[in-house]
Write a protein that binds this ligand. Structure first.
Ligand SMILES: Cc1cc2nc3c(=O)[nH]c(=O)nc-3n(C[C@H](O)[C@H](O)[C@H](O)COP(=O)(O)OP(=O)(O)OC[C@H]3O[C@@H](n4cnc5c(N)ncnc54)[C@H](O)[C@@H]3O)c2cc1C
Length: 530
C-alpha cells in the first residue's frame, strides 16, 4: 500500500505532479522575462584601432560604468566618471558596522554590526556560468568562496502546515521524491505507461525510480535504510557500543502535498542557482573595490547629474554636489556612456530621440527589501547544524539565509532575515527601520525561537527607496522588450546606455558587465571608423 496516500485527492495529486514540471515551467517563464540566459562572454574585450584621444564621459560608477572606464582608458580614451555617491560600486554594495545609510524620505540607519560581519543588501551570489563577472574577479584578484544555495538541513516553513513547525529540507525533498517514485512505479507496473514506454524501457524505468526515490525491494517508499540514507535516521549510526541506528519515519504524501512546502524544492535546480554558486570573500563590494582601485582616479564622487545635452560634436552634462547642492557645474566629452538606471534617468532632462525617451520612461523597476540581523551567537550552527544555505517560508520575510563563511567562528553572526518583493516589500518600508527589523524578527522567530534571546541589532534596505536607484532592477516584459529594447540599446547620437537594464540578464551583475562591454565595443567601432 502507498504510505500516507489514502486521503490524497485528485486535485492534490495533480498539484503535486505539476511540481515535477515546475522547475521547467518556471525556467521557461524566467527565460521569457530575460532571466536564466547563459552568458555569451568569451574572454577579455579587444578594442583594436586608435581612438586618437577621444574623450568619454561615463555616468554612474556601478559595475557597468567602471567596466567601461577600465577598458576604454586602457586603449587610450580620456575618461571621466560622474558618480552620485561618495563611493563606487552602485548596487554592488556591502554594509558593515560603522556604515551610515539614509534612504529616500530621510530615514537614517547606523549599522552596528561587529567587525568582520556584513550584509550584502544587493547582489549576494554569483552563478558559476556568469563568466564575465568571474573573469574580472580573476583578473582583478578578487578572492571567491562557495555560496551555499541549497542546504538539506535548512528548513521549509509554512505558517499553515505542520502546526507551523518548520520541516527540514531533506525530509520534504526525500519524501516527496520517494512518494512520487512509488506512485510512478506502481502506474508503470500496472501497465499505465504501456502506450508510451517500451517493454525494455519499462524495466529500466522501474530500476531508475527505485534508485532515484530510495524505494525498497517492493518499490515502496517506507521507513528503512534506503529512505533514511536520504532523509536521515531517527538515531544516527555511532561508534563502539553506542545505540544501534534507527530509521526515521517518512512524512505521508498527503501531508507533504497539502503543506505546499514542495513549492520551494526545485529552486536550487534552476540554472541560475545550481552549484557551485560563489561569493567574494569579505563581501560583494570586494568586486566594486577592485574596480575602484583601477579607475578610482577617474571618478568624480558626490556628483548628481541633473541634465544631459548633446549636439553633433559632443555631450554636455550638468551636475551638482549631491551632498551640498550649490551651483551646477558642467562636464563635456566627445561621447557618453550612461549607466544611470532608467528609474532615475526618467526624472533627468536628457536630449535623446523620442524612441529612446519612450524607452527610458516605460521601464518599471521592481521593489525589494532585505533585512540583515546580527545575533549574539551563531545558534543556527551551534543548535541546528545549519552551515550556510537558505530556509524558505510563506511568511512575508520569505527566507532566511545563513552566512556561507566563517563557520564556527566565536562571537556574533549576521544572517539575512528577510528578502521580500513587491507588496511585502512595500509593507516593510511603510514602517520605520527599527520596526522593519522587529517584523523580520517576529517572522523569523517562528522558525528559530532563539531569535528572541539572541537578537543584537539589525539594518534594512528597501531598494525602491534607495535614492540612487529607486528600484531593484528594470522589470522588462516580453511586450516592453519588443517595443523599447532596440531603442534603449542603440547608440543615440553620442550617447550609449549601459547597465543591467540594457541586457537579457537583468538583476544580475553579469548583465551589467555584458551590456557595458557591448556598448563600448559598438562605440569604439564608431570612433575608429568615423
Ligand atoms: C536586492 C538585489 C539583489 C541582487 N542580487 C544579485 C545577485 O545575487 N547576483 C548578481 O550578480 N546580481 C544581483 N543583483 C543585481 C546587480 O546588483 C545589478 O545588476 C548590478 O549591480 C547593476 O550594475 P549597474 O552598473 O548596471 O547599475 P548600478 O550599480 O545601479 O550603477 C549605477 C550608478 O549610477 C549612479 N547614479 C544614479 N543616479 C545618478 C545621478 N543622478 N548622477 C550620478 N550618478 C548616478 C548610482 O549611484 C550607481 O553608482 C541584485 C540587485 C539587487 C538590488
Amino acid at each position: 500500500m502507498l504510505s500516507g496516500t489514502s486521503q490524497l485527492s485528485r486535485r492534490d495529486l495533480l498539484a503535486m505532479i505539476g511540481t515535477l514540471a515546475g522547475s521547467a515551467a518556471m525556467y521557461q517563464a524566467m527565460t521569457t522575462l530575460g532571466f536564466a540566459e547563459e552568458s555569451p562572454y568569451k574572454g577579455p574585450i579587444k578594442l583594436d584601432g586608435d581612438p586618437k584621444g577621444a574623450s568619454v564621459l561615463i555616468l554612474g560608477a556601478g559595475l557597468a560604468g567602471m567596466v567601461a572606464a577600465y577598458e576604454l582608458a586602457k586603449v587610450g580614451y580620456k575618461v571621466q566618471i560622474l558618480e552620485y555617491r561618495e563611493k563606487a560600486g552602485g548596487r554592488c554594495w556591502t554594509i558593515r558596522g560603522g556604515d551610515k545609510y539614509t534612504e529616500l524620505g530621510g530615514f537614517e540607519q547606523d549599522c552596528e554590526f561587529d567587525e568582520g560581519l556584513y550584509i550584502n543588501p544587493g547582489p549576494w551570489r554569483i552563478p558559476y556560468h556568469h563568466h564575465a563577472v568571474l573573469d574580472y574577479c580573476k583578473r582583478l584578484g578578487v578572492k571567491l568562496e562557495a555560496f551555499v544555495q541549497v542546504n538539506h538541513n535548512a528548513y521549509l516553513h509554512s505558517a499553515k502546515a505542520f502546526g507551523g513547525k518548520p520541516q527540514r529540507y531533506r525530509h520534504i525533498n526525500s519524501d516527496f521524491n520517494g512518494h512520487v517514485a512509488e506512485l510512478l512505479s506502481k502506474v508503470t507496473k500496472q501497465g499505465g505507461l504501456d502506450q508510451t514506454v517500451s517493454t525494455e524501457d519499462r524495466e529500466k524505468l522501474l530500476e531508475a525510480l527505485q534508485s532515484w526515490g530510495a524505494l525498497d525491494e517492493n518499490y515502496a517508499y517506507v521507513a528503512g535504510d534506503h529512505s533514511s540514507e536520504r532523509r536521515g535516521f531517527e538515531v544516527d549510526p555511532g561508534g563502539g557500543q553506542m545505540p544501534i541506528a534507527k530509521p526515521s519515519q517518512p512524512i505521508g504524501l498527503t501531508d507533504i502535498v497539502q503543506s505546499g512546502l514542495w513549492s520551494n524544492l526545485s529552486i536550487g535546480n534552476l540554472y541560475e542557482y545550481q552549484t557551485t554558486m560563489l561569493q567574494p570573500v569579505g563581501g560583494m563590494d570586494m568586486i566594486a573595490k577592485a574596480f575602484e582601485r583601477e579607475v578610482g582616479e577617474m571618478i568624480r564622487y558626490n556628483s548628481k547629474i541633473i541634465s544631459i545635452d548633446q549636439d553633433d560634436k559632443s555631450v554636455t552634462v550638468r551636475y551638482e554636489d549631491s551632498q551640498k547642492g550649490g551651483e551646477p557645474q558642467t562636464a563635456t566629452a566627445d561621447w557618453c556612456i550612461c549607466t544611470v538606471p532608467f528609474s532615475i534617468l526618467s526624472q533627468i532632462e536628457i536630449k535623446v530621440s523620442p524612441e529612446m525617451k519612450a524607452a527610458i520612461e516605460n521601464l518599471p523597476y521592481a521593489a525589494a527589501v532585505k533585512v540583515g540581523l546580527q545575533f549574539k551567537r551563531r545558534f543556527w550552527e551551534e543548535d541546528e547544524h545549519i552551515y550556510g544555505g537558505i530556509s524558505f517560508t510563506d511568511l512575508p520575510n520569505t527566507l532566511i539565509s545563513y552566512p556561507s563563511t566563517d563557520y564556527h567562528s566565536p562571537g556574533k553572526g549576521v544572517l539575512l532575515g528577510a528578502y521580500s518583493w513587491e507588496a511585502w516589500a512595500y509593507e516593510f518600508t511603510s514602517l520605520p527601520p527599527e520596526q522593519r527589523v522587529q517584523k523580520a524578527l517576529e517572522y523569523g522567530a517562528q522558525i528559530h525561537p532563539q531569535y528572541k534571546d539572541e537578537f543584537d541589532n539589525g539594518v534594512s534596505v528597501g531598494w525602491h527607496r534607495v535614492p540612487w536607484t529607486l528600484g531593484c532592477y528594470g522589470e522588462w516584459t516580453e511586450e516592453k522588450r519588443k517595443e523599447h529594447y532596440q531603442a534603449a540599446s542603440s547608440i543615440d547620437g553620442r550617447i550609449a546606455m549601459a547597465g543591467e537594464h540594457i541586457s537579457y540578464i537583468p538583476a544580475w551583475m553579469e548583465g551589467a558587465i555584458l551590456s557595458s562591454l557591448d556598448a563600448i565595443g559598438r562605440l569604439h567601432q564608431r570612433v575608429v571608423s568615423g
